[in-house]
Design a protein around this ligand. Structure first.
Ligand SMILES: [Fe+2]
Length: 419
């Protein structure tokens, strides 16, 4: 096959001069980390397997705010149940601390469940371990309290309605869960590299508002000894100039100091990272990131959620898991195009698709031909079944319109039809 010369790889390469390509400098900027690391070399993470250095000024070599040379006289957020204060803290500092967000009972119950689950995953050799932490993923499948957390059900998290309110205000209503996992700092672990949780949109930086908000459930007292998370207060706001790039020199991090049951909510733009655990005990927290509903989620809830959990899930939970299709997202063979994305809207009810997969297999529509329609059983197509059951607009009148349009087709056997 001969194609015009302009479409050949060599011609395309010749016509692609970096100097003239719009957006190339931005897309290749490496921001926000390029400016963060150039202007704050002490934030560079240790090399894999390297001995950690103490007394040399590295980011992980720090302490809690009240003992910190730079931060101790600054009025940083402290744990409170005052929603107005929490709202201000989250906006101004990029984080807030909900005091007793979990009751003592809730906290103990969830911690016991996580501890047992994490140990069993290690014992089976299926755990996810990195140099800084063990992660226990798909908590949605691993205990009813986790489903309660995802719903912000007060039976699982007494501050649920308040967390929900802050998420609605910061992300806008209709946000989705990004993931819910346990982050377990083990004795002798490395610190995590400092990062922003909304890095997946880099180099885009949203100056107006975050696209991710994380809720960390603190399951035992944390401090500078057992791995209280490293935070750079206020770093959700880019402080750079034309000379520095997006970020200029930053203040040093603190270790989170919080009581068991505290819920740390933080802005997806705030720099933070898992800390070193200097003790001989595990340190347990959960992180539940929530995102704008157009984001691709970290956990694929459509594939990864147990059938039993999905069958029992409320419309609110299904919506937050991203299982409500709408015109712009997650269509399956066209199903969902009439969906609003809102909780309970049957027109975008993706759990119905998953149900078909779980019960006997999903049969897709493939290549069709008018010549072979008689051999096809439309009732065997999963799409037809789901359309009939869940699409509200697909009534008799709609079917008749479809059929009437087909009557306009020229007949293939009519010799005059191709004029
Ligand atoms: Fe993070």
């Amino acid at each position: 096959m001969t194609v015009p010369h302009e479409f050949t790889p060599s011609s395309i390469a010749d016509a692609s001069d970096d100097e003239t390509i719009p957006y190339a400098a931005f897309l290749g900027s490496g921001e926000p980390y390029a400016s963060i690391f150039v202007n704050n070399m002490w934030l560079l993470p240790p090399k894999a397997g390297a001995e950690l250095e103490w007394g040399a000024g590295w980011y992980y070599d720090t302490t809690v705010a009240r003992k910190h040379e730079y931060w101790r006289d600054i009025d940083l957020p402290t744990a409170t149940k005052d929603l107005r204060q929490l709202r201000r803290d989250l906006h101004e500092w990029g984080f807030c601390l909900i005091e007793d967000g979990l009751s003592a009972e809730q906290c103990a119950r969830i911690r016991d469940r996580v501890e047992d689950q994490a140990a069993a995953e290690r014992a089976l050799g299926i755990a996810y371990m990195v140099e800084s932490q063990q992660h226990v993923w798909s908590l949605i499948n691993k205990g009813s309290d986790f489903v309660g957390l995802l719903e912000h059900d007060p039976a699982a998290v007494q501050a649920g309605p308040m967390i929900e309110r802050l998420l609605d205000e910061t992300l806008g209503k209709g946000w989705n869960h990004f993931s819910l996992l346990a982050n377990i700092s083990y004795p002798g672990c490395h610190p995590q590299p400092m990062h922003q949780d909304q890095t997946w949109i880099a180099p885009i930086h949203t100056h107006e508002a975050p696209v991710l908000v994380n809720s960390m459930y603190v399951l035992q007292d944390v401090d500078e000894h057992n791995g209280g998370t490293l935070l750079v207060p206020g770093s959700h706001r880019a402080n750079g100039t034309a000379e520095t790039g997006l970020y200029g020199p930053l203040p040093r991090p603190i270790n989170l100091e919080a009581r068991a049951g505290t819920v740390l909510m933080f802005d997806g733009r705030m720099l933070h990272g898992g800390a070193v655990n200097h003790t001989d005990r595990f340190r347990y927290v959960l992180t539940n990131s929530c995102v704008k509903p157009w984001a691709r989620q970290q956990e694929n809830f459509l594939l990864g959620t147990r059938p039993e959990v999905l069958e029992a899930a409320s419309p609110k939970l299904l919506s937050r898991l991203g299982l409500q299709a709408s015109i712009a997202s997650s269509l399956v063979e066209g199903f969902g195009y009439r969906g609003t994305g809102r909780a309970g809207d049957t027109n975008g009810h993706l759990a119905a698709i998953r149900h078909e997969y779980d019960h006997g297999g999903y049969r897709h529509v493939g290549e069709l031909s008018m010549q072979e329609l008689d051999a096809l059983d439309v009732d065997a197509l999963s799409l037809a079944k789901v359309q009939r059951e869940f699409e509200e607009h697909r009534d008799q009148a709609a079917l008749e319109t479809m059929m009437a349009l087909n009557d306009l087709l020229p007949s293939r056997s009519d010799p005059t039809s191709d004029v």
